[in-house]
Design a protein around this ligand. Structure first.
Ligand SMILES: N[C@@H](CCC(=O)N[C@@H](CS)C(=O)NCC(=O)O)C(=O)O
Length: 224
């Protein structure tokens, strides 16, 4: 089976799918594409990642993780017990939908030199605080997010929690994760080769992403 993952190394969602592929021992190639270069037939919203398989392409990072888990039943991404697996998926949903997607509203200012309104900052703060409280009620971190065993939820936590913390610090001057030891949690996951390789590739890919963002901003400014 030939698989190619499309996206860019600085993307948390790309890295989520990539870590799942690596954890599962899947054989795949990587194709670097930034949003403006996305194949619309593969990802109609022009978002990355998308995975090209022999049967066609599939987009949405969580869908790719599920595909990888089903194609590699021994991957350990989900527990065999249906209820325990549902608890892992519940954590993934909280991390993607209730944390990262909410924090993402502030990326234009936190990451890209733009500005977001005070109103949006205030409403997002309220939502992030409430959603983080709910997430920490579900999360176990003993030592993995779903409990004793590594799971797909650790991949989402690893890729998304640093973004939530970054937004909190940059926009509100506040550590929204409170006394949670994110550094120790990340260090534990970085002992796994899939995570270490992805982190190294992300660091190496940051300059290309910065150049892409700067070129996009310059092109937008020239049009004004
Ligand atoms: N729900 C999507 C989110 C993917 C996403 O937002 N990717 C970003 C990069 S981190 C992107 O492609 N953004 C370009 C855009 O939204 O136009 C997923 O899980 O794959």
């Amino acid at each position: 089976m030939t698989l190619s993952l499309h996206g860019f190394a600085a993307s948390n969602y790309y890295n989520k799918s990539k870590i799942a592929l690596l954890e599962a021992g899947a054989v795949f190639t990587e194709h670097s594409v930034f949003p403006s270069q996305v194949d619309k037939a593969a990802s109609p919203l022009r978002k990355v990642p998308y995975l090209v398989t022999e049967q066609g392409a599939v987009c949405e990072s969580q869908v790719i993780v599920e595909y990888v888990a089903q194609a590699h039943p021994g991957s350990g991404l989900y527990p065999a017990d249906p209820f325990e697996a549902a608890k892992v998926r519940e954590l993934c949903a909280f991390l993607d939908t209730h944390l990262e997607l909410v924090a993402r509203r502030l990326y234009p200012e936190a990451l890209f030199g733009g500005e977001v309104s005070d109103g949006l900052k205030a409403s997002t703060h309220k939502e992030l605080v409430r959603n983080l409280r709910a997430f920490f009620e579900l999360a176990r971190f003993s030592p993995y997010v779903a409990g004793e065993h590594f799971s797909a939820a650790d991949i989402s936590a690893y890729t998304h929690l640093p973004m939530v913390r970054m937004v909190g610090k940059k926009i509100y001057g506040q550590d929204l994760l409170g006394d949670f030891d994110l550094k120790a949690y990340m260090a534990r996951l970085n002992t796994r080769p899939a995570f270490a390789r992805t982190a190294a590739d992300a660091a190496a890919g940051m300059a290309a992403f910065t150049a892409y963002v700067q070129a996009a901003r310059a092109a937008a400014a020239a049009q004004r």
